[in-house]
Design a protein around this ligand. Structure first.
Ligand code: M6R
Length: 606
């Protein structure tokens, strides 16, 4: 979850590292720190609880200089949020920043009798102490011995006092990417930041040691053998010229959706039919499986639920959607005839990554839907579909979600075609409707001020319930997550038919209800269920397909009519509307929309 950075070169490293940390801040933002190494090898640290801007002020007040350094932005796991627990940690001749969790840190403290000199409550400082314990002038030997003792996940960026100007790095599971930059070399926990400085990079292989020097990077395996990195190219637009005039990245990212959905879909329509030739996915993968199982977390899991509804109705194939964090611990059932689809924006979510490894171990074929190129989930899977959402900076996922949906529509269309549920005509009609999605989304986004107005009516709500059936229910789960994570209003989504089985007891006149009605065959049932909550005093905000007739007997708090598409595609415009609803509630409450409390963008701890 934490963001890490390392640089060595000819440039002054301090400002560069702090600038980079600002980009990385979405990975964790409860504290930040920097260590710079002087030419005599001595290392100076500045760190504090708070945001990177607080670190910047600290560095301005207490200037430190150097052309080699490491930096960190933290999402606390072990040890509370405090100046002392902020990284970097220094122990003896070792200074490091860490992303991940050292699970056996208590055992290590006992084994190497470290307690007395530890300054923090973190597992990370223990990693520094173990490295220092094994250090006798040879960093490589110390790293090799220490990592054998560490259990858990780690990405470590390390300075050794006797080796000024050199940054060492090693990792297990938690990612590190590395590149040569102007006048030096750099590492980071993801390409979002590295891509600002170079287009060429490589992913540090697990249990390899990278040695970053002014004149380039060296890579070694654990036996000390030099190895060649596998260079990749950053092929998305990493221009962070800002928020494009919007107050928050989230709004910018919501507004980008028509474009990025088109970018995801267009290259995968050939002769009018969904096609995965550019991804190297053979039709046999889609034709031969007996069932599908999605593994994902949070928003990505919600995308999977929409995928399930699509696959079941268009392809008639059995599909399960599993929380990746539960999958292995509930002994998930997969076999050679299962296609496991792992969905992840970052491609670094540890639970999703572990679920992919588990699935492969049990013989399943794995297909990743990932946004970040070269990410761990992509590398661990047999096949990958990259969504073309570009960097998503706001913690609340929006464009990544809808491009994941776009990929799932494409998969549904191709699968239906290769398995014979669709003939050519149906496959083309399906693809043509998918191509209409960007325009339908645009129509919703153009009317965002209407949704802003609606949002004002729930600003002070304590609870907001959401109700819908079928596909509408699937997207409300995501709409509800969006609302709670950025507005801190408690919200739950219910399948409309389920309310009567318990939850309706919570409905009062103080409980706004958001209802989504877009499915023709469910329309009348939906309206009956809505009446049931209205009869109990709830005010209802209705998002409805524009072509549906209005229920004149009901009085609505607000109604927003969604541009009409085929029922199966209505989730796209409806999702944009729900994203905007959550966004405006958060904005008008004056909250930090992009960095909601307690969260981080990339979840690399279990
Ligand atoms: O990077 P991933 O898609 O694997 O992340 C999974 C979840 O942490 C993520 O979707 C999260 O729920 C959203 N950022 C919430 O908006």
């Amino acid at each position: 979850m934490c963001g890490i950075i390392g640089y060595t070169g000819i440039e002054e490293a301090g400002d560069m590292i702090v600038d980079a940390l600002e980009i990385l801040e979405y990975r964790g933002y409860d504290s930040a720190g920097i260590a710079l190494c002087r030419t005599d090898g001595s290392v100076r640290i500045r760190k504090c609880a708070g945001r990177v801007k607080d670190l910047r002020s600290l560095c301005q007040r207490e200037d430190i200089r150097g052309t080699c350094g490491i930096g960190h932005t933290r999402w606390a796991t072990h040890g509370g949020v405090s100046d002392g627990n902020a990284h970097p940690h220094q122990y003896g001749k070792v200074t490091l920043v860490h992303n991940g969790i050292i699970e056996n840190y208590r055992d290590l403290v006992r084994k190497y009798d470290l307690q007395e000199r530890l300054q923090s409550q973190t597992d990370s400082e223990v990693a520094a102490a173990v490295l220092d314990h094994f250090y006798n002038g040879d960093p490589f030997a110390a790293i090799r011995k220490a990592v054998l003792k560490l259990k858990g996940t780690f990405a470590l960026s390390i300075l050794f006092e006797d080796f000024p100007g050199i940054v060492f790095a090693v990792r297990n599971v938690s990612p590190i990417v590395i590149g040569n930059v102007r006048g030096g070399s750099m590492l980071a926990s993801d390409v979002t930041v590295l891509g600002q400085y170079t287009r060429e990079y490589f992913v540090l292989p697990e249990f390899h040691v990278a040695v970053l020097k002014k004149d380039g990077v060296e890579l070694y395996d654990m036996s000390g053998e030099a190895t060649e990195p596998e260079w990749l190219t950053v092929d998305w637009d990493v221009d962070r010229s800002g928020k494009g005039g919007y107050p928050f990245y989230m709004e910018k990212e919501i507004m980008e959706q028509p474009k990025v959905i088109a970018d995801t879909v267009r290259p995968r329509i050939c002769g009018g039919i969904p096609d995965f030739t550019i991804d190297g996915i053979p039709d046999s993968l889609l034709a031969d499986c007996r069932r599908i199982c999605v593994v994902a977390c949070g928003t990505a899991m919600h995308a999977g639920l929409v995928g399930k509804a699509l696959m079941q109705s268009f392809v008639r194939i059995h599909m399960d959607v599993e929380l990746a964090s539960e999958f292995m611990y509930t002994d998930g059932i997969v076999d050679e005839e299962t296609l496991v689809i792992a969905i992840s924006q970052s491609g670094e979510t540890i639970d999703t990554l572990e679920a992919v490894k588990y699935a492969r171990k049990h013989g399943a074929k794995t297909l990743a839907i990932v946004n970040v190129r070269g990410a761990s989930v992509a590398l661990a899977s047999d096949y990958v579909i990259y969504t073309n959402a570009g960097p998503e900076i706001a913690v609340a996922s929006t464009k990544a979600y809808t491009t994941q949906l776009a990929a799932l529509y494409l998969l549904t269309g191709r699968m239906a075609y290769v398995r014979g549920s669709f003939g050519e005509k149906e496959a083309k009609a399906f693809a043509a409707e998918l191509m209409r999605v960007p325009e339908a989304m645009r129509q919703v986004l153009d009317r965002r001020e209407e949704i802003h107005y609606i949002a004002r009516s729930i600003l002070n709500a304590k609870d907001v319930f959401m109700m819908g059936r079928g596909l509408d229910y699937s997207i409300l789960l995501e709409g509800s997550l969006k609302l709670k994570e950025i507005s801190y209003i408690h919200s739950e989504a219910y399948a409309s038919g389920e309310l009567k089985h318990g939850t309706i007891a919570l409905i009062t006149e103080d409980t706004p209800v958001v209802a989504v009605v877009t499915q023709s065959r469910l329309q009348s049932k939906e309206f009956s269920n809505i009446k049931e909550v209205q009869s109990r005093g709830a005010g209802v905000i209705l998002f409805m397909k524009e072509t549906f007739g209005m229920d004149k007997e009901s009085s609505w708090n607000s109604v927003f009519k969604l541009p009409a598409m085929e029922d199966g595609f209505m989730v796209m415009p409806a999702s944009a509307a729900l994203q905007l609803l959550a966004y405006y509630v958060s904005l008008d409450k004056g909250l930090d929309v992009d960095k909601p409390r307690n969260l981080a963008k990339v979840v690399t701890v279990e």
